[in-house]
Design a protein around this ligand. Structure first.
Ligand code: FES
Ligand SMILES: [Fe+2]
Length: 378
């Protein structure tokens, strides 16, 4: 579990802050050049970093069976990720070895990937199994014309992590806790596109200083004003957003206290992904940069309960919870990111200043600077 607090210690710390009108604070004031949200060179380097670190691609629960697959772009590259007959998840570049068409689209279940252009067929392990009219390709070595794999795929913490290219570092997941589990019910995936740099969107979930102002009528009525825990582990962090109803736990013996429904944990996975564990559902949010000023959110939504409770109303409850978030506070966050992006044209700010309440952001930007420097060290 690395350096993260136990649930019991989290609750104690929240009560301590509530009693003293305090919150977790950092000791760095970070000034981030606004040019870093506009620069094409910086954007290209960030995409390279995303291809050279393990980045969550989907929850394990979204690939439940042998033959379950998901095809989508990651860091600008079309990928295909599939669970094989042996239960292992593999990842490939989604390009046919004949003339390059994508061999799969969207998500689903299959026994083989048949290219829509001329029907070259590949197994779940990527091997080229069939070429129609093989006499047209004398000397073709099928063994060397399988789908091209990504560098590494691994399942950790209930997620599938893909490292596309030679990694720049291998330590980013060192202390990652069990955030999701493979038996949660993945009930849908949504995609949103916003006119904002991916970092402006990532920053939304790294501090609670904005809750009272931006989410005054949506989240704030349930929450505290600027009371958050910010814990860091490696380049990652966990931000805790307590609900006011956590006060109910005060009279309970510490060993009987449970955090479920009393707070939101947001696990940041450096650099571009986070999991929000909400009252009855969890979201794995992966930010896919499209250009310096446009980003696709890919959001996998799961019920918090495992498959053994598939038949009770927990999935329905999770969907209602998800709808509330999507139609309320999430829109306020999206509008804020787009407004900031548009405002960059004013050139009013040479830097954005992240203060002591924005400790998670200083941690993020410090690490982003340091990991980008590893690219230059080639
Ligand atoms: S491009 Fe795939 S079979 Fe021709
Ligand atoms: Fe927000």
């Amino acid at each position: 579990m690395g350096t993260l607090l136990s649930d019991a210690d989290v609750i104690e710390r929240i009560f301590h802050h509530a009693d003293n009108n305090t919150t977790d604070t950092g000791d760095t004031i970070w000034r981030e050049p606004t040019e870093n949200y506009l620069s094409p060179e910086r954007f290209t380097a960030e995409l390279e970093l995303l291809r050279r670190l393990p980045v969550p691609f989907c929850p394990s629960a979204a690939l439940p069976d042998a033959g379950s697959y998901i095809a989508r772009d990651a860091a600008g590259v079309p990928l295909l990720v599939v669970r094989g007959e042996d239960g292992k998840v593999r990842g490939f570049r989604n390009a046919c070895r004949h003339r390059g068409m994508a061999v799969a689209d969207g998500s689903g279940y299959t026994k083989a990937f048949v290219c829509p252009y001329h029907s070259w067929a590949y197994g779940l392990d990527g091997a080229l199994k069939h070429v129609p009219g093989p006499e047209g390709f004398p000397g073709l070595d099928q063994a060397t014309h399988g789908l091209v794999p990504v560098h590494t795929v691994e399942e950790r913490a209930g997620m599938v992590f893909v490292t596309q290219d030679e990694p720049v570092a291998t330590d980013t997941l060192a202390d990652i806790p069990d955030i999701l589990s493979a038996d949660q019910v993945h009930f849908d995936t949504i995609e949103l596109v916003d006119k904002a740099n991916w970092k402006l969107i990532a920053e939304l979930s790294m501090e609670g200083y904005h809750i009272k102002a931006l989410h005054n009528r949506t989240f704030y009525p349930y929450g505290f004003d600027n009371l958050n825990l910010v814990e860091t582990y490696g380049p990652n962090s966990r931000i805790t957003f307590p609900f006011r109803r956590i006060e109910k736990l005060r009279d309970m013996p510490p060993e009987q206290r449970r955090v479920d429904g009393m707070l939101t944990y947001v696990y940041q996975m450096f650099p571009s992904t986070h999991v929000s564990v909400l009252s009855s559902h969890s979201m794995l949010i992966i930010l896919e940069p499209i250009s310096p000023n446009e980003t696709r959110w890919v959001i996998y939504r799961l019920s918090n309960n495992g498959a053994e409770r598939k038949n009770d109303d927990s999935v329905e409850k999770a969907k209602r919870d998800a709808e509330f978030i999507e139609s309320s506070g999430l829109n306020e966050d999206r509008d804020a990111a787009c407004s900031i992006q548009a405002g960059l044209a004013t050139r009013a700010n040479e830097h954005f200043t992240f203060g002591k309440f924005e400790k998670g952001l200083a941690h993020f930007h410090t690490n982003l600077r340091d990991y980008l420097a590893l690219l230059d060290g080639r």
